[in-house]
Structures are given as C-alpha cells and as structure tokens.
Write a protein that binds this ligand. Structure first.
Ligand code: ATP
Ligand code: MG
Length: 239
C-alpha cells in the first residue's frame, strides 16, 4: 500500500450557512488504527463533519489536512458510504467495476477484485442482478463492497445500518470489522449506542456543531468527560 495519508488534522473547522455556524470551530487529529465513532444528537453536525473531512464540501474557514499525503492526492485513498446508497442502473458486478474504473484500476485487474469483494460480502450470487432490485440491506452491503474494492486507507461511514434489521446490522458490522482488520481506518456515525460500544475505539462527541469531547470509547461510555456527553448517554440531551 502507498504511504498512509494519515494522520488527519482538522483545525478550527467551521462551516456556515446564512450566518449560522453549523460546524463551529472544530479541531482534532485522527491517527491510523483506532475506529472513530462520531456521536451526537440529530442535527449536531455529524454528517457535515464527515463530508468536510472527505472533501465533499468546502469549509467556510479552517483546514482539513492529511499530514501523510505529502503532495499526493488524499482523495484517492478514501471512500465514503452513506445511509442511503446510490446504485447505478447496472448489475451488482458493474457497480463495483465502475468504482474501480474511476480510480484508474486497469481492466485486467478489475475481475479479480470484483470477485473477491463480492464473495467477502456474500453478494457473489447477485453478481449479474441489477443493483437496484436488491433489498435495502443487500444494497448497503454492495455499497460497502464497492468501497472495499478500492482498498481505501480511510473509510467514512454515515449511519451505515440506520435502516437495517438486526441480522442486516450484524452482517454490515462484520463487513466493517473485516475492512478494519485489513488496515483501513474507520470513521463512522451511528445512533445505535450498542453499535458504538461494539465497534468504537474512540468517540468524537458533537453538539450544536461543536466538538464537546474526544474520548477513548470505554471511558466515554463509563465516564464521559462532559456533562453534555452524560446527558446524551442518559437520553436527556435535546437539540
Ligand atoms: N446545506 C445546508 N444548508 C443549511 N443547513 C444545513 C445544510 N446542511 C446541513 N444543515 C443543517 O446543519 C445541521 C447539521 O446537519 P447534519 O446533517 O450534519 O446533522 P447530523 O448530526 O448528521 O444529524 P442526524 O443525526 O439527524 O443525521 C442540521 O441542523 C442541518 O439542518
Ligand atoms: Mg447525519
């Protein structure tokens, strides 16, 4: 693998719309390795933060810096999966192939990667099925397969199991665990606190666009550093 683009440094990051700071002066660093879970109530700014880090939107001020990138294009080493995956009107296999093509993977290398990633995600039997006829849970697996095929150094996941049943959630968690085991840094949001405990190594806790605390996961769940964090865990925190 290429040299890592990590650590990620976020400095005084602000994103404003109409004078309101939706992301409000956030600073932190993320290292390779630990799985980072972004928590916070609805509207806290979790999705915006992921989009800013992934470069999908530009900050109003502040910086997102991939310290290891050294002039190479950090976008090539990242992928993102959304709560509602968007599938091309093509087969499952062709959806993965398209993503590989965008990254400049040669035709001759694509077949093997497609087979590998479809079998790892349990989608091999759907290889020739139009992606849009898959169930929602199957489409979410395909979104993960598509991202995994790129072998990203960093994978952003925005509520990847929000609409899945318990079995679908478990399957997606297993895929995420396998991707992480392969060396990919995971940065994800979730509203499922059980999932945050299962998958998280460190927690970024947001409220009203501000980073309230960045805490090792076990400490966060046992003894959050902030009153807001405690209120959130108690289910008392309102936007
Ligand atoms: N382009 C935009 N223009 C105006 N407001 C926006 C824009 N994008 C997001 N917002 C607002 O910014 C706030 C943060 O949005 P964001 O989607 O990041 O929240 P979130 O923490 O992901 O919430 P949820 O848990 O509901 O997914 C919300 O109040 C949202 O309405
Ligand atoms: Mg969101």
């Amino acid at each position: 693998m290429d040299k890592t683009i990590l650590p990620l440094h976020v400095a005084d990051l602000t994103f404003s719309v109409g004078g309101a700071n939706l992301i409000d002066g956030i600073s932190f660093a993320l290292e390779a390795g630990p799985r980072t879970i972004v928590l916070g109530p609805n509207g806290a700014g979790k999705s915006l933060l992921l989009r800013l880090c992934h470069g999908l939107i530009k900050p109003s001020s502040g910086e997102v810096t991939w310290k290891g990138a050294n002039g190479s294009d950090p976008a090539r080493h990242q992928a993102m999966v959304f709560q509602r995956p968007v599938m091309l009107r093509r087969t499952v296999s062709a959806n993965v192939e398209y993503a590989l093509g965008l990254r400049g993977i040669s035709h001759s290398d694509r077949r093997e990667k497609i087979d590998e990633v479809l079998s790892r995600t349990g989608l091999q039997k759907f290889a020739r099925t139009p992606a849009r006829v898959l169930s929602f849970g199957e489409q979410q697996k395909l979104a993960l397969a598509r991202a995994w095929a790129l072998n990203p150094q960093v994978l952003f996941l925005d509520e990847p199991t929000a609409s899945l049943d318990p079995a679908g959630t478990r399957a997606v968690e297993q895929i995420i665990a396998a991707i992480h085991k392969g060396g990919t840094k995971i940065v994800m949001t979730t509203h499922d606190l059980g999932q945050a405990r299962r998958l998280g190594d460190e927690i970024l806790f947001l409220h009203q666009g501000k980073l309230i605390e960045k805490t090792e996961a076990q400490s966060f769940f046992e003894r959050p550093a902030s009153n807001l964090g405690q209120a959130f865990l108690n289910g008392d925190l309102l936007w």
